[in-house]
Design a protein around this ligand. Structure first.
Ligand SMILES: CC(C)(COP(=O)(O)OP(=O)(O)OC[C@H]1O[C@@H](n2cnc3c(N)ncnc32)[C@H](O)[C@@H]1OP(=O)(O)O)[C@@H](O)C(=O)NCCC(=O)NCCS
Length: 160
């Protein structure tokens, strides 16, 4: 089930960040984000079924399958990170997290959502295109990799 992030989630998120990204947010950085007014995050807790009422399950241990972290400033949002742990990928969890966040931002009257993605990240690009994101800029050779540099693609999704 998708629920709002809690401080107790930060260690598990940091572990997934390290598993997946070359440049990962560590636990301290995540805790600092949570002190920021603009910060907004959702986690997909695999221990809580979608049908459960979340208030009945607050004491269950978490099993973090994925998360989405963002900043919302007035009517603009930026997705800082979205990830699903390797063992939970390709089951629709990434899509559900993005859908949930876009519904949340729509309810907050957010007009535009920004994100940045590596040009070779086919799974993420497919997901974003399907949800109405379009490229509006590139940072050439932004990601330095041992097997060659990779552009960063900047994407945006407008609500109108
Ligand atoms: C990108 C990511 C969040 C997608 O989450 P996921 O739970 O694996 O994706 P879903 O199962 O919800 O799939 C949603 C859609 O994404 C696309 N997709 C997912 N994995 C894909 C892959 N390996 N190749 C191509 N398309 C893929 C498909 O369009 C899929 O729709 P479909 O099921 O109808 O084919 C996940 O792969 C991930 O965490 N990747 C590593 C972190 C990352 O790259 N984050 C984005 C940084 S900008």
């Amino acid at each position: 089930m998708i629920r709002a992030i809690r401080t107790g989630d930060c260690e598990a998120i940091a572990a997934i960040e390290t598993q997946i990204f070359d440049t990962a947010f560590d636990c301290g950085r995540l805790l600092n984000f949570m002190k920021t007014r603009a910060f907004c995050g959702f986690v997909d807790d695999a221990n809580i079924p979608n049908t459960a009422h979340k208030l009945n399950n607050l004491d269950m241990p978490s099993n973090l399958a994925g998360y989405l972290l963002a900043m919302i400033t007035v009517d603009e949002a930026e997705i800082l990170s979205i990830a699903v742990s390797a063992e939970h990928q390709k089951c629709g969890r990434g899509e559900r997290l993005l859908d949930y966040f876009l519904a949340y931002t729509a309810a907050q009257d957010v007009k535009v959502v920004f994100l940045e993605v590596a040009a070779d990240n086919v799974s993420a690009l497919t997901l974003y295109h399907r949800h109405g994101f379009a490229e509006f800029g590139r940072r050439p050779s932004y990601y330095k990799r041992t097997d060659g540099d990779c552009d960063a693609i900047m994407m945006r999704r407008s609500s109108d």
